[in-house]
Design a binder for this molecule. Structure first.
Ligand SMILES: O=P(O)(O)O[C@H]1O[C@H](CO)[C@@H](O)[C@H]1O
Ligand SMILES: [Mn+2]
Ligand SMILES: [Mn+2]
Length: 403
């Protein structure tokens, strides 16, 4: 009996998006951004890390078709990723008008985003006065800190001391449709932060701001401030039923691993495992071992994006990719004959690119359990149709099954 495992490595794009010129990091268009190829190139050139020699080693993913998918997406061969594929592979292209996590995941789950998101494009004084007033009312404070674009790790260290002194929440945004609130877990309180985000989320969702994100941190002025894994995303619910709903409504199990629960507002999901990526891998392996027939396991590994892509950390990103690939040596032999494993991504986040935001890219689609072959360039929504067909569930989205 079939089972399906849909695994998103967050931000692992492979370039080649034909509409990349309409997406930006600052004033630089994303044309030419290529997360995987540029990391591989940096490794091959010895630029990724002092003392590192040799190409990026992604043996398992390359055997499934990674190098082939990269060539298909963006044209060039990549050093070290030149295996003859034994899996079924494709390169997927997004149509939603955002290069953000919910857009990518919803579309992979069969639901392209039908609306334009609301952004806060001004780098400073980013938020309208009535929104600030609403946050102050919900927080019980006289004001907010931040009110600007910023990388989260930078702003908590810039404003952490003032935050502790005033008790005011740190509010910031990025090129994504997000309203992020950072607060100290002990001084402000984790529950108070989550309650604040919960209180302001409906108003922001009504404005078509995709997510309110709670960004708790710990630490002190002396030791510096660090973010914790208690991040919580309050996302707009998907506009129509997704792959998760199709499977769950058919009475089949749906297990979420990582941010998937948040991204889908828990719609169509039975249970969720959270934690750091290393914990999430154990949770995924647990489901590969024990998940019931006809079930869907949908996993997201966020650290590629949050720890390395946004931080423009090429060697960290390379190490994380090699870690993930090594874990596949544990996972692949556990698959049963009727299982489908799809490894893909939701957008790019090229760590060699200018800025600190996502990059518009195609993504690789690597499939184990459907033999050898390729579908060339497919649509994100085709992934949902392919998984649905494997599980015997009618696809309700625009996608077409390909494997
Ligand atoms: O810099 P940090 O706080 O990690 O924020 C990043 O994470 C957000 C959500 O993925 C993105 O919009 C980007 O702003
Ligand atoms: Mn993402
Ligand atoms: Mn991100």
């Amino acid at each position: 009996m079939p089972r399906a495992f849909l695994v998103v490595i967050d931000s692992v794009g492979c370039g080649g998006a034909p509409d990349a010129d309409r997406f930006f990091n600052g004033t630089t268009p994303d044309t030419g951004a290529n997360t995987l190829a540029h990391i591989a190139q940096a490794c091959a050139d010895g630029r990724a890390e002092e003392g590192r020699s040799g190409p990026l080693r992604l043996t398992n993913m390359d055997a499934l078709g990674l190098g082939a998918a990269m060539r298909c997406a963006a044209g060039d061969a990549t050093p070290g990723l030149e295996a003859e594929p034994t899996g079924f592979w494709a390169a997927a292209q997004e149509v939603s008008p955002g290069k953000d996590t919910p857009s990518g995941h919803w579309e992979l789950a069969g639901v392209p985003v039908p609306w334009d998101w609301t952004y806060f494009p001004d780098k400073t004084d980013s938020f309208p006065p009535d929104l600030i007033a609403e946050v102050c009312r919900a927080a019980g404070t006289e004001g907010i800190l931040g009110n600007c674009h910023a990388p989260g790790t930078v702003i908590v260290n810039r404003l952490g001391a003032e935050h502790i002194r005033t008790g005011w929440p740190i509010c910031y945004t990025s090129a994504d449709s997000v309203f992020q609130i950072a607060a100290h877990e002990e001084h402000f309180g984790l529950d108070a932060l989550l309650d604040l985000c919960k209180a302001v989320a409906p108003g922001l969702h009504k404005m078509k701001v995709g997510r309110v994100i709670a960004r708790p941190f710990v630490g002190s002025v002396e030791k510096g401030f660090t973010r914790t894994t208690n991040r919580h995303d309050y996302a707009i619910a998907p506009p129509s039923p997704t792959l998760c709903d199709w499977v769950k409504d058919a009475g089949q199990g749906v297990h979420a691993v990582g941010k998937i629960g948040d991204i889908f507002s828990m719609r169509g999901i039975d249970d969720v495992a959270k934690g750091a990526d290393a914990d999430l891998m154990e949770a995924l392996l647990h489901h590969v071992e024990f998940a019931k027939d006809l079930s869907l396991t949908f996993a997201n590994f966020v650290e590629f994006d949050s720890l390395y892509g946004h931080r423009r950390d090429v060697s960290g990103y390379a190490r994380a990719l090699e870690w993930f690939d090594a874990q596949l040596s544990r996972l692949l032999p556990m698959l049963r004959p009727d299982d489908l494993l799809v490894i893909t991504a939701d957008h790019g986040n090229d760590p060699t690119w200018t800025g600190t935001d996502h990059t518009r890219e195609r993504v690789p689609v690597l499939i184990a359990g459907k033999g050898q072959g390729t579908a060339g360039v497919v649509a994100f929504a085709d992934v949902a149709a392919t998984v649905a067909r494997h599980l015997g569930v009618p696809s309700q989205g625009p996608g077409r099954a390909f494997a």
